[in-house]
Design a protein around this ligand. Sequence first.
Ligand SMILES: Cc1ncc(COP(=O)(O)O)c(C=O)c1O
Length: 374
Amino acid sequence: MKFTDKTKTRLIVNLEDVAHNYNYGKKLAKGAKVAAVLKADGYGNGAVAIAHRLEKEGCDFFAVSNIDEALELRDAGVKGIILILGYVFDEYLESAVENDISLSVDTSAHLKKIIEKACGRPVKIHIKADTGMNRTGYYAKGGDLSDDLILSANLIKENANVICEGIFTHLATADVEGGEDFSRLQYERLVNTTNKLRALGINPQIVHLSNSAGLAKFSSFGLDAVRMGVSLYYGYCTDDANFRHTTSFKTKVVNVHEMKKGEGLSYGQKFVAPEDMTIAVIGAGFADGLCRSLSYGKGSVLINGEKFPIIGLICMDMAMIDTLGKKINVGDDVTIFGTDHGKTITVEEIAKDAGRTPYEIICGISKRVPRIYK
Ligand SMILES: Cc1ncc(COP(=O)(O)O)c(C=O)c1O
């Protein structure tokens, strides 16, 4: 299916800007490899399109959440490392092995299943260390290696087809002010764990830690790779203006009408017109990813380079704005985030207005919204 500029509601992704951000990330990483984290369909931007564009920049390391996301990239011809950061259940391990997908391993029980399903075929693993996030990973919060990690190290040694491609952990406080000491502690724990594994004869090829916020604050920590997710699309957690906003969320005006003073608007009728006013209806609603918490004046949109408040309750496919006495016509372009006539609403601004994180906003643009690439 081919989408055109006539499409009403659309997410426009500037792939040149994504490539720019990736290359800027590489510069910040100072020689470390940059893995593109393309979970959740590349944070809503379209994982395959992003991967293909980044491959042209030399990217050969991608990370995703699950087997479906991994196979989508492999089936689309992506050649480099595709690492699944999440857990893969037994029934999918075989297709991971067949498609040369790298697996995160966090228990010896999981590793045993991987070995069983690999049946002697080469299988690449990354050891996931829990250095403090307390989510998943081998216990790696100081002291000796955990018994389970030692058991896993022995399994790796006994099974020559198991390739220890990497070891990693995830920063819990890189995007929190004052979280630097904890990030450094997590780094030390990862390095200690890696050194102890090396002493046992296990040599993970790629040690990786930083996410976007870690990259902005600590570069790669001097390790082999960083994992860059959200900052492929804008400079998360940094005011470094070298990062570009890559993505715009746009729709069109679908109706313009008058409302008399005292009339209620939309579901619940909580917004009551304080005076006679002209309302414009826009063609995107919460089912497209326009957060309902932007209702009742919390959020604004841009039309013809000017800001207009969203009033009343956002509906599933539409939302209403106050035209503020300006001339607005059906078919006028509406920018929910992005730039219009030199004015910009950033994803951070809309996230703040909605009481959400920028991640939730960009991952929340729904499937029915076509992605258009520039
Ligand atoms: C394990 C892991 N690494 C890296 C990332 C990328 O993080 P960011 O988008 O903040 O760069 C994520 C994202 O949640 C993750 O779960």
